[in-house]
Design a binder for this molecule. Structure first.
Ligand code: HEC
Ligand code: HEC
Length: 476
């Protein structure tokens, strides 16, 4: 069945959707059973405001009709890929006590074990199509549409504190909250280690930041913090009718995603790739320990926090579209004063406390045997330290992991998979605090990351060795 887009009317998109949602399976691969059921033509354009002659009410009404099917499509993809059940770890806890989720959540293809898979060559896995679906790039909830998406906990707390509403009318956040970082995250300052968590358990917003920080930051840092909390117009949240919030919006702030200087798992699409289907989903990284990192962005490798701060507002906020930025009210930050103050504030946000000594090795008096065995593996047989080294457990470089050795490219829910190319070696300090993992958040637990690298790097670790590595990662 072909489902192509013809003339436009207010109900057309909903009608196309209904016609295409039953049974339009286009290929034989396991992943295909859910992808492309809703939008079999991956390049099918999303309805825009223009399709409704600028009538915002009709545009929004149509988007609300489409929303449940879009949500269903994404949930069935996640359920096919992952075990989404809520199984908290009894041993690994985040900085403020939320348990990490335990266990491997990526589902195995039928008929093989993890050990069998790891003993096969990449070419054999590719030709038998056995690369686990959860190791594939993760598409956006609605990849053709894209844009920033925030988890429900952030939306609720921000709305309560500030009245600002980050709910989109066309889609919701996809990954269940138990897999996300604890909310709100703890915040540590390299300038005041003695204080521990300076957020005092609160989501830092324009409402409370001054009281929380006036006695512990200098005036310039305070101003930087103010700017990091101030909303500015963005592609989906702005004061024009070309937006995805029900009411006109003042925009988003840096800390709406990098909450308390960490992350809530908010995501969007990387700005600099076209066509749309090939853009990567990107998961918000924590802004901790940037003082000892030298490149920023998973793929951009910008050389300073200042560069990235300026780039976020000028380009990332508007999907790399300067014309839309002007139309929607871009706020260009002044490099010498505002960007400088924001970057200065970001650079004092520290990693969480850990059990590492001055050499970055576990303190033997407090570490468990499993953690110590994991450390030996990390620096030895598992080869992790060949990229994750130094004080930040990153080589401040980028590496091409070449995951495409293991699979044939395909469309998945409107995303065309492609070679990832070089990606930043993210720091592993405090890594237990910031699930989900990898630049697009495709891995839900630390166990998943160990399985992923075991396969990608051809390590052939035993089950016991993998468990020890997870214990070690949690101690970082
Ligand atoms: C949608 C939520 C979102 C908002 C709002 C946001 N960011 Fe980000 N930020 C991200 C994502 C996603 C990345 C990863 C980008 C990539 O992988 O290329 C990122 C990366 C960064 C990095 C590089 C981190 C690293 O480890 O490489 C810095 C610095 C940064 N953002 C600062 C800011 C500042 C400053 C603002 C406000 C002007 C801001 N961000 C607003 C989501 C957000
Ligand atoms: C060849 C270099 C290299 C080696 C070796 C390596 N990594 Fe990584 N690691 C990376 C890169 C690059 C990324 C980012 C990949 C991405 O986001 O797509 C990464 C990401 C990660 C992440 C997720 C970070 C985050 O913030 O989401 C974890 C966890 C991780 N690595 C653990 C390990 C472990 C454990 C080992 C050893 C078994 C290991 N890595 C070996 C390069 C490497």
């Amino acid at each position: 069945m072909k489902c192509l887009l013809g003339v436009s009317s207010s109900l057309l998109f909903a009608a196309v959707l209904a016609a295409c949602s039953d049974g339009a399976v286009t290929s034989s691969n396991a992943q295909d059973s859910v992808y492309d059921r809703v939008f079999p033509n991956p390049t099918m354009p999303q309805p825009t405001l223009d399709d409704f002659n600028g009538d915002f009410a009709k545009f929004m009404a149509n988007a609300k009709v489409l929303k449940p099917e879009i949500e269903r499509r994404q949930l069935s993809l996640l359920e096919m890929r992952y075990d989404l059940s809520n199984r908290p770890s009894t041993s690994c806890k985040m900085s403020r006590g939320k348990p990490a989720q335990a266990g491997i959540r990526v589902k195995l293809p039928p008929g093989v074990t993890w050990q069998q898979l790891a003993s096969m060559t990449p070419a054999a896995i590719k030709s038998a199509d056995l690369f686990p679906a959860g190791f594939f790039p993760l598409p956006h909830v609605n990849h053709q549409e894209g844009g920033m998406v925030f988890p429900a906990s952030t939306i609720a707390d921000l709305k309560q504190q500030t009245g600002r509403d980050l709910q989109r009318f066309d889609l919701d956040f996809d990954i269940p909250e138990h897999f996300l970082a604890e909310f709100p995250a703890a915040m540590f300052l390299s300038t005041r280690k003695d204080l521990g968590d300076v957020s005092r358990g609160q989501l830092i917003t324009t409402e409370n930041f001054y009281v929380l920080f006036k006695d512990i930051l200098n005036p310039k840092q305070l101003d930087g913090m103010r700017l990091l909390l101030t909303p500015f117009a963005q592609a989906q949240f702005n004061l024009t009718t070309d937006r995805r919030s029900e009411r006109p919006s003042l925009g988003v702030s840096c800390f709406d995603c990098h909450i308390n200087g960490s992350t809530n798992g908010a995501f969007h699409l990387v700005g600099d790739i076209r066509p749309q289907a090939m853009r990567n989903r990107i998961d918000t990284p924590a802004l901790r320990g940037t003082n000892i990192q030298q490149i920023f962005g998973s793929q951009r490798g910008l050389e300073s926090v200042e560069d990235f701060t300026e780039f976020e507002q000028r380009a990332a906020y508007f999907d790399g579209d300067p014309e839309a930025a002007t139309r929607k009210g871009v706020n260009t930050l002044d490099r010498a004063t505002q960007v400088h103050a924001m970057a200065e504030m970001i650079r004092i946000i520290d990693f969480p406390p850990s059990n590492l000594d001055v050499f970055g090795k576990l303190d033997r008096h407090h570490a468990s045997n499993a953690e110590l065995r994991g450390e030996s593996l990390f620096f030895g047989k598992a080869k992790c330290a060949s990229c994750h080294d130094g004080a930040g457990f990153t080589d401040n470089s980028m590496h091409d992991l070449q995951a495409e050795r293991f699979f044939n490219h395909r469309m998945v829910n409107g995303q065309q998979t492609k070679d990832d190319g070089p990606i930043k070696t993210f720091s592993l300090r405090g890594i237990k605090d910031t699930p989900p993992y990898l630049h697009d958040g495709r891995l839900l637990t630390l166990e998943d990351t160990v399985e992923f690298f075991n396969l990608i790097l051809g390590l052939r670790l035993s089950t016991a060795e993998k468990e020890d590595l997870v214990s070690y990662l949690c101690a970082l």
